[in-house]
Ligand binder design. Sequence first.
Ligand SMILES: Nc1ncnc2c1ncn2[C@@H]1O[C@H](COP(=O)(O)OP(=O)(O)O)[C@@H](O)[C@H]1O
Ligand SMILES: [Mg+2]
Length: 314
Amino acid sequence: MVSPVSHKTAFFLGKGGVGKTTLSASFALTLARSGQKVLVASLDPAHNLGDALGSALKNEPLTVEPNLDAMEIDLETWINTYLEESRSQLKSTYSYNVTLNLDSLFKILKYSPGTEEYAVLWAIEDIHCRLSPLYDIVVLDTPPTALSLRFLSMPTISGLWVKELSKLRETILEKRSTLVRLNPESPVKESCLDKDDDKVYGKLSTIRQRLSMLEHLFQKESFINVIVNPDELSVTEALRIKDELDRLEIPISTICLNKKGVLNNEWHIHQSLAAIPMFSFDFESSGIRTRDQLIQLGTQHLVDTFLDKRSIPA
Ligand SMILES: Nc1ncnc2c1ncn2[C@@H]1O[C@H](COP(=O)(O)OP(=O)(O)O)[C@@H](O)[C@H]1O
Ligand SMILES: [Mg+2]
């Protein structure tokens, strides 16, 4: 039997100010009002999803209207969780190494490159594993492009590293076995020789599984929308997103041209984006302040495409 493609998660990506939060909110509202149970979550450290929906939001889902729950992820909490997990793992693994000052190491780690994108990644994992089963659809409003591209590439890049580390660990275990075969009295015989019993190998395998689940989510189970405005800068940024996602084998489902008619700027849609289905949303000169105005933006055709795609057999 062929199972349907489980596109359950929708992402809105694009340059700051193009309308990621607005379209995420509009898409989620339209889905909810058509009877789907929806969670819309903001991953942007500078939240404004609550403003767009006219509700104060928290780090856990709150019902904003029937069928629609919304939340704003608190990245600081996730950064602390990630650091705490790493700290306790390192402490238990290297408890004998008293010279390593873990506390000062973690003060540095908090501001190190990579920490923020890992925090976003584990927040997405939590939404995917714990919350997503409670909803028909999850909509993710994303941070600015640079951070979004970093967290989207993290599973693939870290996955490669972890694979190499696992191989290295296997080599170490094989060398230990060889030493014990050559000299059955070798003190190495006290160490772990089998990868099934090896704690380090086990931890690496767990990380690998978590990363590969997220890679699969981004590559195969997501409906990715890239938003542009009628201006060259936002189109250039969309091209950058396309290039990066191509390399990661993450397909873009739609290009959303938002604020159509805003200015008579010189702009054109690049050829490599023109091949992707495009949806247009007019510039509302009176602004978008209410939920009814979000609905009037007209995301229904985007919702229909998304729901159609979900029911196509794999
Ligand atoms: N189609 C539109 N017509 C008029 N204003 C819009 C439209 N789309 C977005 N806006 C406004 O543009 C601003 C930026 O939108 P926002 O969704 O916050 O962008 P992003 O999340 O990409 O930074 C907001 O004030 C929003 O109300
Ligand atoms: Mg936003």
